[in-house]
Design a protein around this ligand. Structure first.
Ligand code: AMP
Ligand code: GLY
Length: 426
């Protein structure tokens, strides 16, 4: 089997590492890939969002499968274009990716189908939005851009002044361009956050082990929101009872609702959930694997990923048993100083071999590039260092031992990944 994977971050490295384990896979190509991916796949310098370029590349290499991994090409319709050109794909079509591509669509969808989520209203007019926030008088208030905004389109306003500024920056100042032509204003959800990724073929939903991401840049959940600084899985507070509630009230109604609306979702569906005092509520949907959730969960996947891709494509997921190792996994992200704001790149990275040789450790590259045989930093999130063990404590110490061996100038990482979870399980 020949596979083309589009994207070039840590998530894609983890997907490619999982595909590489399959005895059926003979060749992997990546567009564009990254420094680490280059050791597993042939990397071609074509952006995942360059859809005509990706289709032309597929025409040239004739893969059996194209795995479209990132959100933006999915939302732009990469899967539709590849299918039209005769290629089998893993990932939702454009109409299904709308669940992530438009927050207005996803909120209205949840409301149509009675799926629990934060109370909300949508606005295109700044004055009406501010009047609504004033009248509600409840803070923090959550303001979200409709479209994709590189993970920065959510503002949690602590008071009216902050809310007013956010609304005006987005609707009047064009801070997020077209993504911010419309906004969602919603209730703040209080409670632990958990991510559940699920394989779905449009009918059946198979959740993976629940994950807990750490989205803020700094220890103690301080600093700015990032794409994710570290993940543990499974999340210890996601009990069997909560899982059953999610399946009944959220996962199945979502998949059925999308199919009923002619937007069957096939691929990996990401449920961002808040465990609130009044039940589990959806914070957001994403139409793809999370990053660094993929680097944490995929190392636990025991079933051949290509078997899952086939079952999803052929809509026979109900007949497939998907197995995960009962072990615990932790991914710690090493980032460039300054991320998620301005940062420098091009610093040499040392210690990768030493770290990668530790048992139960995998080092996934996110923002790296190969220069004359050595790796240098090339992005905000540079590496995802994953430790796997029978218990969370050991998984954490493995990941941090490996992190300690890797050096690059201005590197930073959170030192408290999994700390809260560990305190919960004693
Ligand atoms: P999103 O892009 O919708 O995932 O939002 C990014 C992050 O903002 C989430 O992971 C949450 O931590 C936070 N967030 C979003 N919506 C809410 C909400 N209604 N209440 C509390 N936190 C939220
Ligand atoms: N780690 C959060 C995300 O992938 O959206």
């Amino acid at each position: 089997m020949k596979i083309l994977v589009t994207g070039g971050g840590g998530r894609e490295h983890a997907i490619i590492a999982a595909l590489k384990k399959s005895p059926k896979v003979s060749e992997i190509n990546a567009a564009p890939g990254n420094g680490g991916i280059a050791s597993l796949a042939a990397c071609r310098d074509i952006k995942a969002t360059d859809i005509p370029g990706v289709v032309a590349l597929a025409d040239e290499i004739k893969p059996d499968w194209v795995f479209v991994a990132p959100d933006d090409p999915l939302v732009l319709g990469a899967v539709d274009a590849l299918n039209a050109a005769g290629f089998k794909t893993f990932g939702p079509r454009k109409a299904a990716a709308e669940l992530e591509g438009s927050k207005v669509f996803s909120k209205n969808f949840m409301s149509r189908h009675g799926i629990p989520t934060a109370a909300y209203k949508t606005f295109t007019d700044a004055k009406k939005a501010v009047d609504y926030i004033k009248a509600a008088g409840s803070f923090p208030a959550v303001i979200k851009c409709d479209g994709l905004a590189l993970g920065k389109g959510v503002i949690i306003a602590e008071n009216l002044a902050e809310a007013e500024k956010a609304v005006k920056d987005i609707l009047k100042g064009g801070r997020f361009g077209d993504s911010g032509k419309e906004i969602v204003v919603e209730e703040y959800l209080d409670g632990a956050e958990v991510t559940v990724l699920a394989f779905t073929d449009g009918k059946t939903v198979i959740p993976m082990p629940a994950a807990a991401d750490h989205k803020r840049a700094l220890d103690g959940d301080g600093g700015l929101n990032t794409g994710g600084m570290g993940v543990i899985a499974p999340a210890p507070y996601y009990t069997k009872e909560i899982a059953a509630e999610c399946m009944e009230k959220i996962f199945l109604p979502t998949v059925k609702g999308m199919a009923d609306e002619g937007r069957a979702f096939k691929g990996c569906l990401y449920f961002g959930l808040a465990l609130t005092g009044s039940g589990v509520k959806v914070i957001e949907y994403n139409c793809r694997f999370g990053d660094p959730e993929a680097q944490t969960i995929l190392p636990l996947l025991e079933t051949d990923l290509t078997d899952i891709m086939e079952a999803v494509w052929e809509e026979r997921l109900s007949a497939l048993e998907i197995r995960f190792s009962p072990e615990k996994a932790v991914c710690v992200v090493m980032a460039s100083g300054g991320y998620p704001e301005r940062y420098e790149t091009g610093f040499p990275i040392t210690g990768l071999d030493c770290a990668g040789e530790l048992s139960g450790v995998r080092v996934f590259h996110a923002g790296t590039r190969k220069e004359g045989g050595a790796y240098v930093t090339a992005g905000g999130r540079v590496l995802g260092v994953t430790g796997v063990a029978d218990d969370l404590e050991t998984a954490l110490s493995k990941a941090y031992e490996a992190v300690g061996k890797i050096k690059f100038e201005k590197a930073f990482y959170r030192k408290d990944i999994g700390k809260k979870a560990l305190s919960l399980i004693g």
